[in-house]
Structure formats: C-alpha cells, structure tokens
Design a protein around this ligand. Structure first.
Ligand SMILES: Cc1cc2nc3c(=O)[nH]c(=O)nc-3n(C[C@H](O)[C@H](O)[C@H](O)COP(=O)(O)OP(=O)(O)OC[C@H]3O[C@@H](n4cnc5c(N)ncnc54)[C@H](O)[C@@H]3O)c2cc1C
Length: 422
C-alpha cells in the first residue's frame, strides 16, 4: 500500500531526538508509525550537540533535583521523568551499543565522544519498529474534523493517522530545521504558545577589544554578574571569548538571568581569571613573575601568568607602558594589573538571538498538555514531545533528557490510545 493510501496508527512530525524516541517507542508498543521530517536527513541538530560529542543526559541528579534545575515549569516533567529517566536513557543507549561515561557535573557522553553514535542508535530503534520514514517532507496544512486532527498535507499527498505527535522542536539554530513550524500548527489547532525566546544564548559585549580574544577558551575562571553596583549571580567554570562577546558553559547558564536583568537596566560581567588566589597571594605571584623578568620589557613578563592571546589586551587595558622594565613597575601599577586579573569588566550589550541560542524558552503552554500522557487537552488525538513545549533547562544534558522523557511518554500514549480510530 502506498504512503498516502493507508491510515497509520501514529504520525510523528519532526525527526529530532524527541520525534525519533517517540516514533520508536510507539512502534515498540505495537503501533504502525510514520515519521515525517522536512530535512533530507534525521537529527541534524543532534549531531552538533555538545560540540559534536552529545551530552545526552545528566546522571547526578535524582528526580527531584533534576526537576529543580528546570525552573518553575520543572514539575510538569515529573511523570515522564519517572517513566523514562536519566538511568533509562543510559540503559537504552548502552543496550544499543553506545557505551557512556559521566563527566564533571554528571554530564553523560558517549565513550566515543561522537554524537553520530547516539543518532545511529535512535535510527536503529525506529528501524527495529519498522517506522515508515518520509524525508524532505514539509507540511503544508493540517486537516481537522470534529475536533480531531485527521490528516497532514504534504506537497505530494495527504497522510492519515489516528494519532499525531508534534516534535518539531523550537526556534534555536533554525539552520538545522528547527524553524518553529510546530508553534504555528498548534496555534491553528487552538493551542496557546508562550512567546518563544532564545535561552542559553551567548552574550554580546559593548567592548570592541573582545574581538581580539575570539576563540580563547578559559577553564577555572569565575564570572560575576552585576547590576546597579550589586552582585546578582556568580559562576565558576569554563567560558569562551567570541567575536562579539562571551559564550561557553558558565555564560550560557547565566544567560537567562542576564536576559531578565537586561529588561531592568544595564548589566556588567566581571571576570576573575585567578579565582583561587586572594589579593595578597596574587600580588606576591605578580611580584615573583615581574622579578624573574626584571630586565625584560613589561609586555614580555606575563607569559607564566596569562594565556598568550590575553596578554596584549591586558597590557592595553592596564595603561602601563608596555616597554617599561618589568622590575620597575610601581605598587600602584601592580595593583592595577591585579584588578584587571580579578575584575575584568565587560558591559553587556545584549544576548545573541535564535541563530546562536542553544534552546528555546517558551513554547506550547503546559496548561494545555496532560503531563502523564503528553496528550493535548484541546485536540484529543494530538501529543507533544521535546523542545516544542514550554520547558527547558540549563546546559548539562537536561534538554535532551526532556526530549527523551517526553518522547517516550508521547510515543507510548499515542500508541496505546487510538482516540482518532473509527
Ligand atoms: C549547538 C547546540 C548544542 C547543544 N548541545 C546539547 C547538549 O549537549 N545536551 C543537551 O541536552 N542539549 C543540547 N542542545 C539542545 C538540544 O539539541 C535540543 O534541545 C534538542 O535537539 C531538541 O530536540 P527536538 O527533537 O525537540 O527538536 P529538534 O532537534 O529541533 O528536531 C526537530 C526536527 O523537526 C523537524 N521539523 C521542523 N519543522 C518541521 C515540519 N514542518 N515538517 C517536518 N519536520 C519538521 C526539524 O527539521 C528537526 O529535524 C544543543 C543545542 C544546540 C543548538
């Protein structure tokens, strides 16, 4: 039978991690499943997760702690996290040949450090269930009858199903296919969408000298967030200079708070490159380095203290004559240098947009979804999974776990309850 002549039990729209897990699970539960993806291949975004290594879940947190990380909407995930939590995800991939390891902060990665292995396992899962795959298929319209979704219109014909799962993702990194189509489809069916906004986004700085530091990655630094001379938050860890400002784990995790504060007024970041040293210890350390290079020019005396790329910028910002002999720096000049090393100030110009954000905040209003089944409370044969819903978390594997948990529950429920069946 041709694709357009049969009626599937479940049609899943979107071949990202949520859609793949939902389609595979529905098929394992006995349903005849079709998966529709508009790209020419599946999981385009999944392949770039975790810088190509794919941080697939977070293993440190138990259910309650995990949910706390997701902010005020976190409790919505409770049922699906119980049904398919981090340990189920690890077990799922281990059983499909993807060995996993746990890194700092409970971040789980494949031992191979290759996101392609994660995608391969998910594709294996839908193949096991004989999921019918339709690629290069952009949905043109939805056909609803008697408050049930009946068909989806593709350029070449219509696909009929008893139940439908929307897993089209959000708006982050639209070049991967996540162009927010599902928001429009859901709105058309009567769902409310909480305004999508970029989350986990890099920061743009007003200072133009950041461009000179592009690509510089720093470990074990502290970044403090300031507004109106008050410290609002701080993070310790890894950050990365970009052409326009800063990115990397601690910046992405601060970005939601930065976005909130920017609505109130100007925001500053203060970087401490030497958070392990108090002022007297740092001053001693600087004195030692200057003394060891006392006959060299100041500009050539900081090699031990700072990464090469940072030195010219620090020298410029210090205002100290770069050819002055290192041994001749005054106490005040040393203090200036120490201040730069512990409180380098960046004025935040704004957050980067969807093109550089890691996830979308906002999405389908959770009030209109049953958390136990992921079923729409408006259209009884429609289910949601993944980033399309109004739930997101920090970096660390939380966002993919949301996709897997909701994908599992949506797939299982859509297969079990063929509400749209005649
Ligand atoms: C650079 C980057 C790194 C990341 N790293 C991590 C990480 O290490 N760990 C982590 O937990 N999270 C990470 N994330 C977040 C994570 O990738 C997403 O939360 C996740 O991919 C969302 O999955 P999804 O299935 O809901 O949607 P998506 O992955 O966005 O997939 C949706 C799919 O639906 C398809 N689609 C859209 N509209 C239509 C349509 N009209 N018809 C048919 N198909 C359609 C799209 O083409 C796409 O393939 C990262 C994100 C980015 C951008």
């Amino acid at each position: 039978m041709g694709l357009f002549d049969q009626k599937f039990d479940v049609a899943v729209i979107g071949g990202g991690p949520a859609g793949l897990l939902a389609a595979g699970t529905a098929a394992q539960s006995g349903a005849g499943v079709v998966l529709i993806e508009k790209n020419d291949r599946l999981g385009k975004k999944l392949l770039i997760t975790g810088k190509g290594r794919c941080n697939l879940t977070n293993a440190v947190k138990d259910g309650r702690d995990f949910i706390k990380e997701l902010g005020k909407n976190g409790p919505f995930l409770f049922s699906s996290l119980t049904a398919f939590g981090p340990h189920d995800v690890i077990d799922f991939f281990n059983r499909r040949g993807v060995k996993t390891k746990v890194e700092r902060g409970g971040r789980v990665f494949p031992v191979s450090d290759n996101a392609a292995d994660v995608l391969k396992a998910l594709i294996g899962y839908i193949n096991e269930g004989k999921v019918k795959l339709v690629k290069n298929a952009e949905i043109l319209d939805l056909i609803k009858e008697n408050n049930l979704l009946k068909k989806i219109k593709l350029p070449d014909g219509e696909i009929s199903a008893n139940n439908f799962i929307f897993a089209t993702g959000g708006l982050a990194y639209p070049q991967t296919g996540s162009t927010g189509d599902g928001f429009g489809f859901a709105q058309k069916l009567g769902h409310a969408v909480i305004k999508p906004e970029p989350a986990l986004a890099p920061v743009m700085a007003k200072e133009k000298w950041v461009k000179e530091l592009e690509g510089l990655s720093l470990k074990n630094i502290r970044i403090n967030l300031w507004q109106n001379n008050k410290k609002m938050a701080e993070r310790f860890g890894e950050a990365l200079f970009t052409a326009e400002g800063l990115s990397g784990p601690i910046i992405l995790d601060l970005s939601q708070e930065i976005g909130r504060l920017l609505k109130i007024g100007p925001v500053e970041l203060k970087i401490n490159f030497k958070p392990a040293l108090d002022y007297p210890t740092l001053d001693k350390r600087i004195q030692k380095d200057l003394a060891a290079n006392k006959n060299k020019a100041f500009k050539n005396s900081l090699d031990e203290l700072l990464p090469q790329k940072l030195i010219p910028v620090m020298i410029k910002l210090s205002g100290i004559e770069k050819n002055k002999k290192a041994g001749q720096l005054t106490r005040a000049e040393r203090a200036k240098l120490a201040k730069l090393l512990t409180e380098l100030k960046l004025n935040v110009a704004g957050l980067a947009g969807f093109d550089k954000a890691i996830v979308t905040a906002g999405g389908i209003d959770l009030k209109e979804i049953d958390p136990k089944t992921m079923r729409s409370k408006i259209i009884p044969n429609l289910y949601f999974a993944g980033e399309i819903i109004d739930l997101n978390g920090p970096t660390g594997g939380f966002n993919l776990q949301i996709c897997f948990s909701t994908g599992f529950v949506a797939g299982r429920s859509a297969a079990g309850k063929n509400i749209g069946a005649k």
